[in-house]
Design a protein around this ligand. Structure first.
Ligand SMILES: [Zn+2]
Length: 266
């Protein structure tokens, strides 16, 4: 299994980051993709990959990008900084980038500009896009449409959209990232209703740790903090809903992740 969305730079992991990575390995994960959400966080994500390369060889990779929440705070040369970061072997995608009109932590017009620039950067560098979207599907999709055949892959991370949106993403050959949102019987219901419509060769799995702890973990963890070793609970939930075999989901989603992010296969 490969967790394609881990916020491993988060300060909630400061005290025991190495234990977290170790537990992920013990839970049969073969790689983690650490999410970069700003230039500084992307830098830190890459530094973690380097720092643990000796201890956990080939286990950590990262993305480089600016999350829509951070769009108001970019520096004049942020694209150049992302480009520099993206030169490193362990940096595998541009993102997390996109649009989030749910809470508008950054001004929509600024979100749009920073998003468009990163999409163009991914095309320039021929790198996959790691994408965020909330309450902004139409402008988000319209931004991506001209680039569908100009980047190697697009990943709709933490997909929580509608059936119609899913259909459009699949038709555009996007990959769909599913988190523990699925394990929430109340707010996750609409996602549970459509997860069977995702072709297995388009499916990716992610914890989004330390957020979105699966509510299906038994025994219930003492801490509310999510971590990559809980990824199997997401696989299990997908299996329950779709009727597919857990092994098959694990195997196929790993293959998808290796292909999308150009990981060395193991
Ligand atoms: Zn996100």
């Amino acid at each position: 299994m490969i967790d394609i969305g881990v916020n491993l730079t988060n300060k909630r992991f400061d005290k025991d980051r190495e234990d977290i990575i170790h537990r992920a390995q013990m839970a049969n994960l073969s790689a983690l993709l650490i999410t970069g959400t700003s230039v500084i966080e992307s830098q830190k994500a890459f530094e973690l990959c380097q720092q643990y390369q000796g201890h956990f060889p080939g286990f950590l990779y990262s993305t480089a990008g600016v999350h829509p929440h951070d769009a108001d705070h970019v520096s004049a040369d942020y694209l150049e900084q992302l480009k520099q970061l993206a030169q490193h072997d362990q940096v595998k995608a541009i993102g997390e980038c996109g649009l989030d009109f749910n809470r508008n932590f950054s001004a929509p017009i600024q979100q749009q500009q920073v998003f468009s620039e990163q999409v163009a950067l991914a095309a320039e560098l021929t790198m996959p896009l790691f994408l965020h979207q909330r309450d902004a599907f139409e402008p988000w999709f319209a931004t991506l449409r001209p680039y569908l055949d100009k980047v190697p892959a697009m990943v709709a991370h933490c997909f929580t959209g509608s059936k119609a949106e899913l259909t459009q993403c699949i038709a555009a050959d996007m990959y769909i990232g599913i988190t523990g949102w699925l394990c929430d019987e109340r707010r996750g219901q609409s996602l549970r209703d459509i997860v069977s419509s995702i072709p297995l060769n388009r499916l990716l799995i992610e914890t989004d740790a330390p957020y979105l702890t699966p509510r299906t973990i038994r025994p219930k963890p003492k801490s509310s903090r999510n971590e990559p070793s809980y990824l199997p609970f997401i696989v299990k939930e997908i299996a329950i809903i779709t009727g597919l075999d857990q092994e098959e989901i694990a195997w196929q989603t790993s293959g998808n992740a290796e292909k999308v992010f150009n990981f060395p296969s193991k």
